[in-house]
Design a protein. Structure first.
Length: 97
């Protein structure tokens, strides 16, 4: 899958250095995946929350961070919509960001 954009992840881990390794691990796994549906995401990331047919919340770094993505399975693209601490995540609507 093509992840858009790694820069967003890098900017986040520059602010929260403890997030770097977990985000790089997620990025590598996502980039090498070829998921066809949300069930395949759940096979790899069992703690991920499926919001709807294309929106997924990933728990990163032992659930210290949350990553919200839109996944276009037909185009094999993942769009990062939000990355934040668990506390920041609690203040947003995951279905709308």
């Amino acid at each position: 899958m093509k992840v858009i954009a790694k820069r967003t992840l890098r900017e986040f881990w520059e602010k929260y250095s403890a997030a770097k390794q977990p985000l790089l691990s997620w990025y590598k796994a996502a980039q090498t995946a070829s998921w066809q549906n949300s069930a395949e995401i759940k096979e790899r990331f069992s703690t991920a929350s499926i919001i709807n047919a294309s929106r997924v919340v990933f728990n990163i770094g032992d659930n210290n961070y949350r990553l919200i993505c839109i996944v276009k399975f037909d185009k094999q693209i993942i769009f990062i919509r939000f990355i934040g601490t668990h506390k920041e995540y609690d203040k947003i609507n995951a279905a709308e960001v």
